[in-house]
Design a protein around this ligand. Structure first.
Ligand code: SF4
Length: 549
């Protein structure tokens, strides 16, 4: 008999009702936080009409704060950080004190594909409305700055005239779809999945059924492992099934930020024509079962962590697809990330040329010159990469060298140093309201300093500079990942600096596996010390590396 010290007179405790996570499928339809309230009160897609009909005429002062800081993001618009506010004040000021009356505007470029009319249009908009700003992001978008609300109707008119959009470029919705920058041209590609990307855009982007998700939803669809597929909510990667032939391996639940988690394979094989339906099923699971109570637990990765892949697959098959999926093999992963920099053969015998700006920073002027150069060398196709770089496709053999020289002349390097090739930086304090430190200018300075001190460095190295813990430039999956924070310098003063994560990786095979860099607790470098620190790590690596490493 079990001993029980509970006095017989005390009533049995009532089982405590489990606290809901705000999952719609379990009946929690009432908003549990202000973000959910904003989405419920009015579908954020509706804000476009208000921008065109009201705010473009009233100007910044007339914008409803719930639209300004909430729904605008569904159309790619974020308020820009006011100049001159240091990172120490980021966490203490109210949003309205941090923001400027200008906007960052994200143009979604799904699969990174641009034709010359599109490239020229972005260049013109940048020059005319964005003070010549244009950053290539690590999600194959182009981000403009200094945009005024008054100019948005004209900007949309121009973008949409050439088939570009800002619809759901930000916000709690399906964002830009990453794709291989060499889709359709690579000799190594077995199936070009561009059709599936286009079909997802056509069917579901801007669709109110999927515009109120618990949080952002990131997708990658590529035959080659040349996108960072493991950090997406859903990723499809090419694989050949021994019986059914070429198709795609499905991964779910990846994401970085402050609780990083790599995506996991569901173990299923998806043929090209079924990708849009499977994608819709997974977005449906996220919409209905995703956690909506706490913003920092609202990504799909938290649901997957609680359910596990078996339950996730079962719910997908039974409740959303109404059929079983086929088991599939794991894809082969490359020995190291594929960034496509340099000159490479296409399957039609022509060439593509991958070139590097520095930390993704470009300008309307540079993009306009790039369009001229691309046309002059017989091409009309450019691709952006998820490493903040770009490719020019369809170059004949005799045009390769002239193009490489031409690109160099406009600040794009097809034979970059390891430093320029491997360094990325997020938006940082120049424009981002969440930032604690400067990133782009620091990245440019770091690349210049390292090229000066260690130009001969011959190994691949990735350095990802982030302005805060949100890890937009993938802090945890770089050789040297840098998380912006305030640190003490040698004089005991608080200055901009970084926490260092060492040894992260993605998409690896041959003995290495994808994983997060080790956060070195004690290791923080002031921004000033950073070049010296990176140089020491690099020299240490060179001195200690084994043959062939
Ligand atoms: Fe802004 Fe932080 Fe993202 Fe950088 S990592 S863009 S600072 S939110």
């Amino acid at each position: 008999m079990a001993l029980d010290s509970t006095p017989a007179t005390k009533p049995a405790a009532r089982p405590r009702k489990a606290r809901g996570e705000g999952q719609w499928a379990l009946g929690h339809r009432e908003p549990l936080n202000p973000n959910e309230r904003i989405k419920k009160d009015d579908n954020p897609l509706n804000v476009r009409a208000r921008i065109e009909n009201i705010y473009a005429h009233t100007g910044f002062a007339g914008i409803d704060p719930q639209d300004l800081r909430g729904r605008f993001r569904w159309w790619g618009l974020y308020t820009q950080r006011k100049a001159g506010i240091d990172g120490g004040r980021t966490a203490v000021l109210e949003p309205h004190e941090l923001e400027d009356e200008y906007f960052m505007l994200r143009v979604r470029i799904d699969g990174g594909t641009l034709d010359l009319a599109q490239l020229r249009t972005i260049a013109e908009i940048s020059a005319e409305f964005g003070r010549d700003s244009a950053d290539i992001t690590d999600r194959q978008n182009i981000q403009l700055h200094w945009i005024r609300i008054e100019d948005m109707p004209e900007i949309w008119r121009r973008l949409e005239a050439v088939g570009l959009q800002t619809t759901e470029a930000c916000g709690d919705c399906p964002r830009v779809v990453l794709g291989s920058p060499v889709a359709g041209v690579s000799p190594a590609e077995v199936v070009d999945p561009t059709w599936a990307i286009d079909e997802i855009l056509r069917r579901y982007i801007g669709d109110p059924r999927y515009s109120n998700l618990p949080r952002k939803f990131k997708t990658s669809i590529s035959w080659l492992a040349d996108t960072p597929h493991e950090v997406n909510d859903i990723a499809l990667l090419g694989v050949v099934h021994p019986v059914h032939g070429p198709g795609f391996d499905l991964w779910v639940g990846g994401g970085l930020s402050t609780n990083p988690r790599l995506a996991e394979r569901l173990g299923v094989w998806v043929p090209l024509e079924e990708i849009p339906d499977v994608w819709e099923g997974i977005v449906g699971i996220f919409r209905d079962y995703g956690y909506r109570r706490l913003r920092n637990r609202a990504r799909l990765k938290f649901l997957l962590a609680d359910w596990g892949v078996e339950k996730f697959r079962e719910v997908l098959e039974k409740e959303y697809l109404g059929r079983a999926l086929l088991d599939g093999p794991a894809p082969e992963l490359p020995a190291k990330p594929i960034d496509h920099i340099g000159v490479h053969k296409q399957r039609d015998g022509r060439n593509y040329v991958g070139a590097a700006p520095v930390v993704g920073r470009s300008s309307g002027t540079q993009l306009g010159r790039l369009a001229d150069l691309v046309a002059a060398h017989g091409s009309d196709r450019v691709r952006l990469t998820p490493y903040q770089k770009l490719l020019v496709l369809d170059i004949a053999d005799d045009q390769v060298e002239p193009l490489v020289q031409g690109l160099r002349g406009i600040g794009l390097e097809a034979r970059p140093s390891a430093w320029r090739r491997g360094t990325m930086a997020c938006t940082g304090i120049e424009y981002c309201k969440l930032a604690i430190v400067e990133t782009k200018a620091r990245g440019e300075e770091l690349v210049a300093r390292m090229e000066e001190r260690l130009r001969e460095f011959d190994a691949d190295i990735s350095i990802h500079i982030n302005g805060c813990p949100n890890a937009c430039a993938r802090t945890q999956v770089a050789d040297i990942g840098l998380k912006g924070m305030l640190v003490m310098n040698q004089h005991g003063e608080q200055v901009e600096g970084f926490q260092v994560h060492l040894g992260g990786a993605l998409g690896m095979a041959q003995g290495q596996t994808a994983g997060f860099g080790r956060k070195l607790r004690g290791l923080k470098a002031t921004a000033e010390e950073l070049p010296g620190y990176v140089e020491r790590v690099a020299r240490h690596y060179l001195a200690g590396r084994t043959d062939g490493e």
